[in-house]
Design a protein around this ligand. Structure first.
Ligand SMILES: Cc1cc2nc3c(=O)[nH]c(=O)nc-3n(C[C@H](O)[C@H](O)[C@H](O)COP(=O)(O)O)c2cc1C
Length: 253
């Protein structure tokens, strides 16, 4: 394999084509931003980088609030429109037949048609050059209850979220594994049981050291108990990561 070295650029994909709503219920605006992401877990924090020339820039700088609305396949044309038209010239909520909904912690409106909307309060603004980065705390999350199942779990996989890569929008496609599957000995069987999953992993890439003498439980081979108390309940018999492990891993991200 030969790689060609180019001059520095922003070629990191995929990104979310997030719909950033701001302003007020009476005077709402939306801009699309791909330069956004999570930067901290506790407290949950995010950023959005916005060129000072955007109409939304002044609104967010003034109010210190914005909402990140996740974009679905149903919303992708609206997201593109909100990314090429300015609120200086058009009412994008009206043009795209979107609804500005009340948030719980901030005055900025959320997009009702988006399945997940993150309410954000600006903590800091850094001028980086072409863009100003708004660092913000996520103060509330609004989720469409139609995607919450009987056990209270958010079925994000049913929302048809889209990704943005190299000037184009994509649907997410098939699931290739769950968090930690590369070290889970039951990955293949678990994958088979997951909805819409095409099994590609034949064996775990990394072997756990205590893999000898597997015991059978519910038809699955379960791992022998580890001598390391921290790893003991890392995977349940169904191969799912135990709650404390998930918490630990999300903390260490
Ligand atoms: C997919 C996509 C991603 C975009 N990402 C950003 C971004 O991260 N930051 C930014 O300043 N503009 C971004 N834009 C451009 C703005 O969304 C666009 O200039 C928009 O018209 C600004 O709206 P406003 O003037 O109403 O604020 C993006 C546009 C598209 C289509």
């Amino acid at each position: 394999m030969t790689k060609i070295t180019w001059k520095p650029g922003t070629l990191e994909y995929p990104l979310p084509p997030a719909m950033i709503s701001c302003g007020t219920i009476e005077h709402p605006n939306i801009m699309t931003a791909a330069w956004t992401g999570i930067v901290n877990s506790e407290p949950p924090m995010t950023y959005v980088s916005i060129r000072p020339s955007r109409y939304s820039h002044g609104i967010i700088k003034e109010s210190g609030e914005f909402v990140i609305n996740l974009t679905t396949e149903q919303l992708v044309a609206a997201a593109d429109f909100c990314g090429v038209k300015s609120g200086k010239d058009v009412n994008k909520f009206k043009e795209m037949k979107l609804t500005a909904g009340q948030c719980s912690e901030i005055s900025a409106p959320q997009i009702v048609e988006s399945p997940v909307s993150l309410e954000c309060k600006v903590k800091d603004i850094s001028s980086l050059g072409s863009h100003d980065m708004f660092l913000a705390e996520i103060v509330a999350v609004n989720v469409d209850d139609k995607y919450i199942d009987a056990t209270g779990k958010l079925r994000l996989e049913d929302c048809n979220l889209v990704a943005y890569a190299h000037n184009a929008y994509y649907s997410l496609g098939r699931c290739l594994g769950f968090f930690g599957f590369s070290v889970c000995r039951n990955a293949m069987k678990i994958n088979q049981r997951m909805k819409n999953v095409v099994v590609e992993v034949k064996t775990p890439k990394i072997k756990l050291e205590d893999h000898k003498s597997p015991q059978r439980h519910n038809g699955f081979k379960s791992r022998r108990k580890s001598s390391n108390p921290m790893r003991k309940k890392a995977f349940s018999s169904t191969g799912k990561l135990a709650r404390h492990e998930r918490k630990h891993q999300s903390r260490s991200k």
